[in-house]
Design a protein around this ligand. Structure first.
Ligand code: F6P
Length: 328
């Protein structure tokens, strides 16, 4: 292990996700294991600009492996997008003798880390934390598995009331630019149709499918819609459209919103967070920098940050076919 890194800073940035605390814990304890000091940076890059730092020892992360959110808090810092902001942040890091950074977040977080590394040659390592699962170089981001379970549980409850009243429900789930949550939770919860940002199924197809399902004897239905779906109508406009064209349907809308980002992380997310935290710290100690740690074929691996940012995490189109068959 390299002798040069004696102190590592850790932060969470962007939208929070379940498992971030487990990742913080892992980073802190891996540092302690290797006799490296660890500094928690509060409120993401904004806290780095303001010098909002606190030393974290292995006991300071007791009892957080099971907690949702992030004890370090999160922010989307506009100031860090400016050179002046990043210079202030760099000065605080050097004043504190911090030698390297672990950043936990999504592509915005990684973009900030990459720019910072390019400007100051500062060693950085990314851990993917977002419920959207939209990062190239990892099959799973922290929080995605938990969010899927949260969504499925919510739709199961909606199904109870939908079937009692013979209603059609449009359930909007998160995923501004990515349909992973909609597609997988939709299949898991038995949705009739799934609308995602990656594929324009079209309004005609939606109406056809709903007509077919009524004709086949279904009395209630669930349609799952990603917030950034390609049809481009918001979920309330879709409801109006369907009611205008298929008056036999009594439609209700349920927007799940930020509850999808909360809650205790699943076992999968806790284990993933623990593995990625160890790899992030040990990679920095080995002298590596500017990578994201991720999971591919159940192996922890490194992807250059630039690729993680620029590459796209493809939707498995076979899942759409599976969904179609399941809704027969
Ligand atoms: O990126 C995670 C995410 O939860 C997206 O799915 C969602 O579109 C966005 O964050 C919401 O952001 P905010 O919490 O700033 O409203």
């Amino acid at each position: 292990m390299s002798k040069t890194i004696k102190k590592i800073g850790v932060l969470t940035s962007g939208g929070d996700s379940p498992g971030m605390n487990a990742a913080i814990r892992s980073v802190v304890r891996t540092c302690a294991f290797h006799n490296v000091e660890c500094i928690g940076i509060y409120r993401g890059y904004q806290g780095m600009i303001e010098g909002d730092f606190k030393e974290l020892g292995p006991r300071s992360v007791n009892n957080i492996v099971n907690k949702g959110g992030t004890v370090l808090k999160s922010a989307r810092s506009k100031e860090f997008m400016t050179v002046e902001g990043r210079q202030k942040a760099h000065k605080h890091l050097t004043d504190y003798n911090i030698d390297a950074l672990v950043v936990i977040g999504g592509d915005g977080t990684f973009t900030g880390a990459e720019i910072f590394n390019n400007e100051f040659g500062f060693p950085v390592m990314g851990i993917p934390g977002t419920i959207d699962n939209d990062i190239f170089g990892t099959s799973h981001t922290l929080g995605y598995d938990t969010a899927l379970n949260t969504v499925v549980e919510a739709i199961d409850k909606i199904r109870d009331t939908a079937s009692s009243h013979n209603r059609l429900f449009f359930v909007e789930v998160m995923g501004r630019d990515a349909g992973h949550i909609a597609l997988n939770a939709g299949i898991g919860a038995g949705a009739e149709e799934i609308l995602i940002p990656e594929e324009d199924l079209g309004l005609d197809r939606l109406l056809e499918s709903l007509q077919k399902s009524k004709a086949s004897g279904k009395s209630s239905s669930i349609v799952v819609i990603a917030e950034g779906d390609k049809i481009g109508k918001n979920v309330f406009e879709l409801k109006d459209y369907v009611e205008a064209n298929l008056p036999e349907y009594d439609v209700r809308v349920s927007v799940l919103g930020h509850m999808q980002r909360g809650g205790s992380p699943s076992c999968f997310d806790r284990v993933l967070a623990s593995r990625l935290g160890v790899k992030a710290v040990e990679s920095l100690l080995e002298g590596k920098s500017n990578f994201m740690v991720g999971l591919l074929c159940d192996k922890v691996n490194l992807t250059p940050l630039e690729q993680a940012i620029k590459g796209s995490s493809e939707i498995d189109m076979e899942l759409l076919r599976v969904s179609d068959i399941m809704s027969t």
